[in-house]
Design a protein around this ligand. Sequence first.
Ligand code: SF4
Length: 274
Amino acid sequence: MSLRLTELGIEHVRVFADTGWEHPDTLEYVAEYLPRVLGPISIVGRPGGMPALIRHKGMFPSRVRRYCTTELKVKPILAFINELDPDCRAVNVVGIRAEESSARAKLHEWEHDANGFERWVWRPLIDWTLQDVIDIHHRHGVRPNPLYLTRSERVGCWPCIFARKAEIKTVAEETPWRIDEIRQLEAEATEAAAARYAARGEGSFTSKGYPGGPTFFYPANKKSRGQYWPIDRAVEWSKTGRRGKGGEMFYDEAEPGCVRWGLCDSGPLKKEKP
Ligand code: SF4
C-alpha cells in the first residue's frame, strides 16, 4: 500500500501494530528491511503484547471474544493517529483487499468513521488481485515478508487464533518456544478460570463448559465444535494427514507462497486462486 501511495505521489505516515506475538521474521522485515526501502515506519503496541493481555483478561481471545484485534491493533493505532492528528483531518489508509475474505469483500473503497476512527478510511487496494500486489513489489524491487513465500498465505500473529492446520505444524516445528509459551498461558488461564468460578461460588469450572480448561485454539468444524483442545493436542493433530483424523479443523490449507510470488525456481506463476 505504501508503494501504491508513493506511485500516486501521496505523502503518508506508515504505522505497524506489533502485537507482541509476531514471527521474528515479520519484526525483522518491518523494523529493519522495510524502513531501508520505504522510509520510516512507526511501530506501536500494547506493553507486554498478547501474553500480557491474555494474563490480564485471564482468558484467550476467540471467535466470539476477539479482543486481540481491538486491544493489540485498533487501539494502539488509533492512539497513534489521534496524537498525530488531533483535528481528525488525516485519512486512514488501509491496504486490505476484497479477495482476502468474504467480510472484506463487503467493504467499500471509501467509508467514514469505520471502527470509531472518526476519520475517512480509504482502501485503495480493495479491488486489487494478489497478482497486482506481487507486481508492485516487482516494479519497486521490494521483497515481501518471507512468511508469504514459505509459510503463510496471510501474515498475522504467530500463531493467530484462527491458524490453519499447516501453520500450527510450522509453528511447532520452527518455533517450539512459542508452543511452550502457549502451554504456559493455557495453564495460567485455566487457573484464572477456576478462580473466577470459585469466587462466584459456582463450584468447579470444569462443570461449566470447560472440560479441559481454556485453550488457545478452539476447533471450529461441526464435529469438534465446543471442544477445548490443549496446545499439545492441537500440535499432534496438525501433524496428521489430510484424511481421516487429519481433515482441516479450522480453515482450508494455504497454498505455498513462493510459487505464487514468482520468486523461486519452481516454474511459471500459477493462476491465482479466487
Ligand atoms: S492476527 Fe489473529 S490473533 Fe492476532 S490480533 Fe488478529 S485475530 Fe487476533
